[in-house]
Design a protein around this ligand. Sequence first.
Ligand code: BGC
Length: 393
Amino acid sequence: MQTSHRTSRPTPRTLLRAGVVLLLGLGLGLAGASSSQAGAKPSITKEPFGSVGGKAVDRYTLTNGKFRVRILTYGGIIQTVETPDRHGKLANVTLGFKNLDGYVTSKNPAYFGALIGRYGNRIAKGKFTLDGTTYQLAINNDPNSLHGGNVGFDKRVWSATPVTGGGAVGLRLTYVSPNGEENYPGTLRTTVTYTITGDRGIRIDYHATTDKATVVNLTNHAYWNLGGEGTGTIDDHKLQLKASRYTPVDATLIPTGKLDPVAGTPMDFRKPTAIGARNRSAFQQIVYGRGYDHNWVLDRRGSGLAVAARVSDPASGRTLTIRTTEPGIQFYGGNFLDGTLYGTGGNSYRQGDGLALETQHFPDSPNHANFPTTVLRPGQVLRSTTIYQFGTD
Ligand code: BGC
């Protein structure tokens, strides 16, 4: 089992992962600067985006060639991602809201685009024991704790610093979660750097340290619709997952602890398969999730970046390839979207109008000794990287 993303080396705050060629950290206060040649040179601009609880929120727009991403300091939310189809036509392919109020008033129950912490996914009955102490988290997804509790990282205002270098633009977000916040132990210092690459990639580097043993599982909860948000379901999208096993769940979507083979079941995405082909199946796991809402165990060797998933939309030709250092990926088919949320373009989001692919450690790991550990101790550094690469077929 892989635990190597938690290293006990000293704690350099700069990003020095093997294989990283981008020199981030050269940011020199580009906030407010804008390129007059958007589309030619990478650029980053900043604008006020309202406030929450008396804290100002900014929106950053990162542009590199024909690729534009908007990120909010509220929740580290990826608000929009504009990328071309096979004819060069741009569309926003991620689900979200038009303005800050959309996120704050609704409490963003679907976690559109948000950074998730401290613990992405579910912890059974919100309870875990670490070094002999039992911690009780908020039960916000009855009977379990989901995505960090009542006020997770998705609802915090992060400090932001633009970073440039190596032909890329990025935004470094930092949030210090005090000891005991949402009942998790330890002061957790988290830095998440979004980097927009010239070849239509979003790279996310996660970095975290603690002053007391704790559990952490960081991810991003963006939903994708490669035809454009608000244009209908993702049933025709083809999905490929590099996974021969998955973690089956009980009726409350908590893993049983087994790693089951996908072979011969609707969970088998080893070959590209239309999502709508099997998401209405009577297979017990699909029934429990009202469709797909499961963690796949990635087939991988070592702890480096490896392809986890590929999504393609035959109609627009847009593709998304996801690489990660994480051991698992949650494929959630937007099953609980019920038409009550109105998105960036004004349309309501209905069941299956977007899919989330959350790179992660397995759900409820603190209660399963056979899963890769999510424990982070003082002196260790959590490092994790995921890349969303857009393209066309
Ligand atoms: C979970 C879903 C949940 C959704 C909330 C996903 O990560 O797996 O069960 O409904 O987040 O938007």
